[in-house]
Design a protein around this ligand. Structure first.
Ligand code: PMP
Ligand code: GLU
Length: 406
């Protein structure tokens, strides 16, 4: 007979017990939970395009099924898909890779996890500019690496300066991870800014650089710059990209790296023990995404740009909130610290950004993600990958709820 055991009776590993839950996924789950109770939640929490996958990609996936591409694929992905990725890197980024330097994974999240697991030994230092994407920190902890957090500021558009980078590097530094366009700030590093960082890295040959470029196609400056373009660091840069954001394909699960051969081989070996490879059908559809018509992606970008204007205007209208103008992705990362320390109508003090985030969820029925998940205790991430109507209504409700704090 099956006997009920309470959760504490199960012996789980320290690894999982100590692991933080993904705050982006947690806030999305909380929002769904409240919705199931009948509340009308506006979800600005999860970072995913609200568009459907472009038609020509769906057609390619259906064809892949009919052509019986339904078996295990090579661990790093089908050769023709890796060739298409090499073409993409050349066309869009001016980067030269051979297919054996490409590893396709189950989302860019796994691509990054592979690299972290393959390069970081216990105690090795990994530098992350704050704010950083939630999963970088969790993956470093799983690898028993030591997180070295370097704060940036809104005045500098949340970008790391070469001086800050150099001050953070020690003989134990193994890895540096950043995203541009950035999740959660939307900041975009220019070619000159990246070059200045590359010149610092050039002095420290044992440091590898993970350049997460998954928001490449959602760049309002029109000029995406890759860290791997610089000769003096090229052989140490792992470029990460994927289909989730630029092609509205979050559920398809495909990310990839272009990396120095020894790192690509290591990731292949790691993945061979975890997932074997990502979905065969998704892989075939990726050829259509990567080599086909980019106009649906560009249309999505234009729409995100229009919504950015709307949300920034509405935020200006809320007292105490400060925001900069993000140049990419679909996030704004405003400072809400003005409201921390204030009291709810019931007299309860809001002590932290997390408590403020939950207050907004309960009172305004708007789901955001607390900055603390990204290493920042003052800001909150707002995703505007939603309809104009939702943006307007959520900001109206949020303004009303914040006005009740005294
Ligand atoms: N990197 C960044 C910066 C992200 O925001 C995300 C989130 N979606 C990922 C990587 C992972 O994307 P996916 O696993 O869906 O490819
Ligand atoms: N990357 C997205 C986000 O930051 C999706 C959720 C996740 O993968 O954690 O919201």
């Amino acid at each position: 007979m099956h006997t009920e055991m309470v959760a504490t009776q199960y012996k789980l590993s320290d690894r999982i017990t100590n692991l933080k839950e993904s705050a982006t996924l947690m806030m999305a789950a909380k929002a769904r939970e409240l919705e199931a109770q009948g509340k009308k939640i506006i979800k600005l929490s999860l970072g995913e395009p609200d568009f459907d996958t472009p038609e020509h990609i769906k057609v390619a996936a259906k064809q892949a099924i009919d052509d019986n591409h339904t078996h295990y694929t090579p661990v790093s992905g089908y050769l023709d898909v890796r060739q298409a990725i090499c073409e993409k890197f050349k066309r869009d980024n001016g980067l030269d890779f051979t297919p054996n330097q490409i590893v396709i994974s189950t989302g860019a999240k796994q691509s990054i996890a592979n690299v972290v697991m393959c390069t970081v030994n216990p105690g090795d230092e990994v530098i992350l500019p704050i704010p950083y994407w939630v999963s970088y920190a969790a993956q470093i902890e799983l690898a028993e690496g030591k997180l070295v957090e370097v704060p940036t500021s809104m005045e500098n558009d949340f970008k790391l300066t070469p001086e800050q980078l150099e001050a953070a590097i020690t003989p134990k530094t193994r890895l540096f991870i950043f995203s541009s366009p950035c999740n959660p700030t939307g900041s975009v590093y220019t070619k000159e800014e990246l070059k200045a960082l590359a010149d610092v890295f050039a002095k420290y040959p044992d440091v590898y650089i993970v350049a997460d470029e998954i928001y490449e196609h959602i760049n309002f400056t029109g000029k995406h710059a890759s860290m791997a373009q610089f000769e003096n660091v090229r052989d140490r840069v792992i470029t990460v990209n994927g289909l989730s954001k630029g092609f509205a394909m979050t559920g398809w699960r495909l990310g990839y790296i272009g990396a120095p051969l020894p790192i690509a081989k290591a990731c292949n070996k790691m993945q061979g023990q975890f997932t074997s490879a990502t979905c065969s059908i998704t892989q075939k559809a990726a050829i259509a995404a990567l080599t086909g018509d980019l106009s649906p992606s560009l249309a999505m970008r234009e729409e995100f740009l229009r919504r950015r204007g709307i949300i920034l205007d509405l935020l200006k209208d809320i007292p105490g909130i400060e925001a900069n103008c993000p140049e990419g992705a679909f996030y704004v990362f405003p400072d809400f610290s003005y409201y921390v320390g204030k009291q709810r109508p019931n007299g309860e003090v809001i002590n932290t950004i997390d408590e403020l985030c939950f207050y907004i969820l309960e009172d305004a029925c708007v789901a955001l993600v607390m900055g603390s998940a990204f290493g920042d205790a003052d800001c909150m991430r707002i995703s505007y990958a939603t309809s104009e109507e939702n943006i307007r209504e959520s900001m109206r409700r949020m303004k009303e709820s914040l006005a009740k704090l005294a």
